[in-house]
Design a protein around this ligand. Structure first.
Ligand SMILES: [Zn+2]
Ligand SMILES: [Zn+2]
Length: 326
């Protein structure tokens, strides 16, 4: 069993180079995000209402948790759980609404970074290892053209799916039907907050967490695992469990990429809680935890001075967690 599916999607045999490349301004990315930000700041102020703020909060929570974290990341990219195809499509549709990319674009973006970070060196665009202002400019307004990128292949199951093909080719336009519904119920203020504000904040938040999840700080205890040979390590960004639906536990994720559970030992992981609820009603039939994954020779636990025991309990075997679905 592959722990991420990544190995079948990136062609390691190719003479790929994760270091050398040119960062170029991306009109599409830059105009998309800046336009959403302006629409929110201007429209959101002029047509402000508390109901619009509620629409913003609820739509952010649904699209980021069910869509981005569960649909795009834990399911489509890592295949960390099994569910019916219709449910996967609902999750992936919600993930497309986040406004970062379509399903294929999300897979490429994630896997290129993941592949590059596992190499002995990689470009600062892929590692987030430049200053925060430059990284902000690069990630929200630019793209990296590697001189020799690896070959990439979206798996047939996903690439041949007509629904995912449509989402990919229309991912920006997917905001329009939701915008029409919001306009019908709450006018332009609901569109400014529920579309422009939500997309602007989600894209910005995705970058900001990604930045801190790949940068060391003075607090060395943010890592419990070390990946030998990888040029970039992941960090747990503490205090952001609820806000990121568990995605902030990025050191855990680098250690156990195929796990549907990101927060360990009391670390708040709302995405995992939602997955367990779906499993309890029978809509999810496999949920990987770290203990379900094959051992990785390059994985090393880090023991902190304050610890008396092993840093993490890896979770109980699946059969103990989900007795009703076995
Ligand atoms: Zn990472
Ligand atoms: Zn991942």
């Amino acid at each position: 069993m592959s722990d991420t599916g990544l190995h079948t999607r990136i062609d390691f045999a190719a003479d790929a180079d994760p270091v050398n490349g040119v960062v170029r301004w991306s009109a599409m990315k830059s105009i998309w995000w800046t336009g959403m930000l302006l629409g929110w700041v201007v429209g959101g102020a002029i047509w402000f209402s508390w109901s619009a703020v509620c629409v913003f909060i609820v739509s952010c929570a649904v699209t980021l948790c069910l869509g981005h974290s569960i649909g795009m990341h834990r399911k489509l990219i890592h295949e960390a759980f099994d569910c019916p195809l219709w449910l996967e499509r609902v999750f992936v549709y919600l993930g497309t609404l986040v406004g970062l990319q379509g399903p294929f674009g999300m897979m490429v973006m994630h896997d290129m970074r993941d592949w590059a970070q596992r190499q002995s060196a990689c470009h600062a665009f892929l590692s987030h290892q430049s200053g925060i202002l430059r990284d902000f400019w690069w990630q929200l307004h630019c793209k990296l053209d590697l001189d020799a990128p690896p070959a990439y292949r979206v798996p047939d199951r996903i690439a041949q799916d007509r629904f995912y093909q449509v989402l990919q080719s229309t991912w920006m336009a997917q905001q329009v039907p939701l915008a029409m519904v919001l306009f019908a119920f709450g006018g332009i203020g609901w569109v400014a907050w529920g579309i422009c504000g939500r997309v602007a904040v989600s894209v910005f938040g995705h970058w900001l967490i990604g930045y801190f999840a790949h940068n060391d700080g003075p607090d060395k205890s943010r890592r419990d695992w070390h990946i030998r040979g990888a040029s970039v390590q992941g960090y747990n960004v503490r205090g952001f469990g609820l806000l990121t639906f568990g995605e902030c536990w990025h050191n855990n994720h680098h250690a156990f990429p195929g796990s549907a559970r990101l927060g360990h030992d009391g670390q708040m992981d709302p995405g995992w809680w939602v997955l367990c609820a779906f499993a309890r009603v029978g809509l999810i039939t496999r949920l990987n935890q770290p203990s379900d994954l094959p051992e990785r020779a390059e994985l090393e636990p880090i023991t902190h001075d304050s610890d008396q025991t092993r840093p993490f309990d890896l979770g109980s075997p699946r059969s103990d967690t989900l007795p009703s679905i076995r």
